[in-house]
Design a protein around this ligand. Structure first.
Ligand code: ZN
Length: 311
């Protein structure tokens, strides 16, 4: 091990791979179902214990994810790996329910910012919250782990600053409705490490008993710094996307989620275990880069893992 971190760093953190949903949904060219299945099967054999594999959203809204049921039917997931699907509304939950033997977690979502929520799902936040609360109860009653995600938790491209108190209040309502885990998304890469550290320190105090997850986008290159700040605040759950896939389509050209291999590499170099085999993860990232036919944003995919000559 090259370095040892502060004594209070966690020995181990959990990483959910979100590329097959959050990443693929922004790809303009249709990705064949067989490629998705192969990539998910590979990701599920890297040591990652959580993978978000798709969404039950209307096919005309996100055609790329229209094959959610086929992907679920095709993948072969080892024991110990939890499969998550995204459900946008009641109709999506009803589409997902017949396949519930094939997933372990359902993610419901809304935006903290009123304008972003309206532009994204065409409803005011209060309406979305009512739907999300209802869905969380239904998911729990079906024996599935209910998760919630709050987009634009650290800033909104339309409204600017988002009051953390509003985010905590939404999270509190979701936790009361049954959310066992809440992910706070820096949807358009506006967060900075100082803000992130303060945000999560307070969130961990305000939301005891709920797993709090960090979801950063690398739009402005701050994602790894933000991940470190979250780690220092006490966060032990992260979401990331292999190859640095994904990102919000607004603003155009923005880069994606923090790359899983960049996050894993940094954590391992700091002595924080993830259980992930970086070499296997890089194989999956090289595969998706080949499928998409363009260079991806991930740094470790380009540079390779750190190699210490004295080890
Ligand atoms: Zn994302």
């Amino acid at each position: 091990m090259a370095t040892t971190g502060p004594e209070d760093f966690p020995a181990r953190v959990t990483v959910r791979e979100v590329g097959p949903r959050d990443g693929f949904q922004n790809e303009p060219e249709s990705i064949p179902t067989s490629d998705k299945v192969r990539l998910i099967d590979a990701l599920a054999r890297t040591g990652l214990t959580r993978v978000e594999v798709g969404s039950f959203v209307r096919a005309d809204v996100i055609p790329q994810l229209a094959d959610g049921a086929e992907v679920l039917a095709g993948i072969a997931i080892p024991d110990g790996v939890d499969v998550a699907v995204l459900v946008p509304n009641q109709r999506g939950w009803e589409a997902a329910l017949p396949h519930k033997d094939r997933f372990d977690e359902v993610i419901v979502f809304l935006s903290a910012s009123e304008t972003h929520n309206v532009k994204n799902i065409n409803r005011p936040v209060a309406d979305s919250l009512a739907t999300v609360e209802s869905l969380l109860g239904q998911v729990r009653d079906a024996g599935i782990r209910p998760l919630a995600s709050i987009a634009t938790s650290f800033g909104c491209p339309y409204e600017g600053h988002v009051d953390p108190k509003r985010v905590y209040e939404l999270a509190g309502r979701m936790a009361a409705a049954g959310a066992e885990e809440i992910s706070f998304g820096d949807t358009t890469g506006m967060a900075n490490p100082r803000q992130v550290r303060t945000f999560y320190e307070e969130a961990l105090e305000r939301l005891p008993g709920v797993e709090l997850t960090a979801h950063f986008h690398n739009t402005r290159g701050s994602a790894l710094a933000n991940a470190l700040a979250a780690l220092e605040a006490g966060v032990t759950s992260f979401e990331s996307s292999f190859g640095e896939l994904g990102g919000c389509p607004v603003p155009p050209g923005s880069t994606g989620n923090i790359a899983t291999e960049d996050l894993i590499s940094m954590l391992h170099e700091m002595g924080v275990d993830t259980g992930v085999d970086l070499a296997k993860l890089l194989d999956a990232s090289r595969d998706v880069q080949r499928v998409l036919g363009r260079p991806l944003g991930s740094h470790v995919l380009t540079a390779g893992p750190v190699e210490w000559a004295d080890e």
